[in-house]
Design a protein around this ligand. Structure first.
Ligand code: MV4
Length: 505
């Protein structure tokens, strides 16, 4: 096993990886920018080195500086976390050149999956279902012909893009040339590569992804799906494991397909296969593969009991995986709310300032992954996500009620946060019923701050009905009495009353 690992990241994920190192008895090295000198990840590490000024280009993205520090500190391996250098093939190769193990997949796998056209071609060889679309290397006329054959509306996507960057929906052949040119320009300036492809547009789809783990001895397993349809401008806000849209048969089938996709690039380490899921015909289509640990990995950990980060480290050290596919069973339900320093009442405007007060939720089924501490000076240099609130329960309903309870306990003073947004989501009938898709948030309007919602009865009724549904019973009626004189669904009514003071502490 490794003796010393460098964590090339910051924030909650750096802390998460440092905890895994500690549990494995591995000494851990942190790196930090000038403004992160007193960050939580620096305090958690056994050693820490400054790698440059605040802008990430000059610190967390500096391959040469990070490799230098890794050499000086004498580490055996580097964990990249997510974001920054996690999906940078050049960085993975630089680690190998320095004789340091990159805790992640090979540069070749990162490269093949990083280019979305090459990813489509590679996984297609293993019969992974793709959205009908174009082959690589087509000129503008050929792309138009392809779009007409597939039928409008279509999506124009940048091959070097991903995660929704450089993506355009096109409704008609008339609009196509203009949109195509715009997409190419945008891709050229954002990625230095103007190659685009088209796909049939799948409307009202869900975003469902499969977590996989693969060791260097040829074993690849899947840990089931995550539901990630609650997104705003391609930023996920809420994730769940499992998904209400997936039953055990579909889980097994999508898992098998995800394993095939991973095997098509001889994938080793943790990875995620993203699918678009069309709820109208229950068909699913490969979108892309993320060759890294993801933000939302804890929901899978809570439902499978697998510590994905500890497994990543073991796999990178050449160990055989601890689990066979038969060992992976889903138990209960987990939900994650991303806590961001943004004002949900003001178009998610980023917020900064001193964390003057902090009280994080705890108790049964609650897990907080956070980079916050009282007295912290939060700046605007990095991603606004400052913490993740993850809860689990025996059922989805219990997880939702627990999330409501935990959000109500959460107090962050000094900055605006997304907590009120999550409180409203936990009250929404669409969320409670699970009848949402990726278009849901663009149709959603937040209530105004401090305006008490007057639909508690609706929330309580919907939740009670959901419980009844889950238990295969008929829904109870609110307000009716049982023989013992207790109000029916009294527990759920109480849950409906348990709401936080809106706005911030
Ligand atoms: C699509 C799509 C509909 N049809 N592709 C957005 C992120 C990127 N990974 C792919 N995305 C989409 N691709 C086809 N052919 C709709 C989306 C999409 C979306 C996907 C997942 C989550 C949220 C989304 C919001 C808008 C569009």
């Amino acid at each position: 096993m490794f003796k010393k690992v460098l964590v090339a990241n910051r924030g909650e994920i750096a802390v998460r990886v440092l905890r895994a190192c500690e549990e494995r008895g591995i000494a851990a090295v942190a790196v930090f920018s000038e403004v992160d000198r007193s960050a939580l990840h620096v305090r958690y590490a056994d050693e820490a080195y400054c790698i440059g000024p605040a802008p990430s280009r000059e610190s967390y993205l500096r391959i040469d500086t990070i490799i230098d520090v890794a050499r000086k500190a004498g580490v055996d391996a580097i964990h990249p976390g997510y974001g920054f250098l996690a999906e940078n093939a050049e960085f993975a190769a630089a680690c190998a050149d320095a004789g340091i193990t990159f805790i992640g997949p090979s540069p070749d796998a990162i490269e093949k999956m990083g280019d979305k056209l090459s990813a489509r071609e590679t996984v297609a060889k293993r019969n992974v279902p793709l959205v009908p679309g174009s082959a690589p290397g087509l000129n503008d006329d050929e792309l138009l012909a392809c779009a007409q054959e597939i039928g409008f509306p279509v999506m124009v996507k940048a091959s070097a893009g991903g995660g929704g960057k450089g993506m355009r929906a096109v409704e008609s052949a008339e609009a196509f040339p203009g949109m195509l040119a715009a997409a190419r320009r945008e891709a050229a300036s954002a990625f230095g590569n103007d190659e685009v492809y088209i796909e049939k547009l799948i409307p009202n789809a869900r975003h469902i992804e499969i977590q996989i783990l693969a060791d260097s001895h040829g074993n690849t397993i899947h840990l089931g799906e995550r539901e990630c349809s609650i997104q705003r401008r391609h930023q996920k806000l809420i994730e769940e494991c499992p998904s209400v849209a997936v039953d055990p048969t579909l889980r097994q089938e999508m898992g098998r397909v995800a394993i095939a996709a991973a095997e098509s690039v001889n994938y080793v380490n943790a990875g995620t296969i993203e699918f678009l899921f069309d709820s109208r015909d229950n068909k699913y289509y490969f979108l892309e593969m993320n060759t890294r640990l993801q933000v939302e990995h804890p929901v899978t950990e809570m439902v499978t009991g697998v510590d994905i980060v500890k497994e990543q480290i073991a796999i990178a050290a050449g160990r055989r995986m601890k689990y066979n596919q038969e060992d992976i069973v889903h138990k209960g339900w987990a939900i994650e709310c991303r806590i961001t320093a943004e004002d949900p009442f003001n178009n998610f405007m980023p917020s900064s300032g001193n964390i003057v007060y902090l009280q994080e939720p705890t108790g049964p089924g609650v897990r907080v992954e956070s980079s916050l501490y009282r007295g912290m000076e939060l700046n605007l240099y990095y991603d606004p996500m400052v913490a993740k609130l993850v809860v689990s329960g025996e059922t989805r309903a219990e997880a939702i009620l627990r999330m409501r309870r935990a959000l109500n306990e959460y107090r962050i003073g000094g900055i605006k946060t997304s907590i009120p947004f999550h409180q409203e989501m936990m009250d929404s009938t669409e969320f409670i019923w699970g009848t949402f898709d990726t278009g849901f948030l663009s149709r959603w309007r937040m209530n105004r701050p401090n305006r008490p919602t007057n639909d508690h009865e609706k929330v309580v009724a919907a939740t009670a009905a959901l419980i009844a549904h889950e238990e295969g019973r008929k829904a109870v009626h609110i307000g009716e009495s049982h023989e013992d004189g207790q109000p029916a669904a009294g527990m759920w009514k109480q849950a409906g009353r348990m709401r936080a003071v809106r706005g911030q502490w």
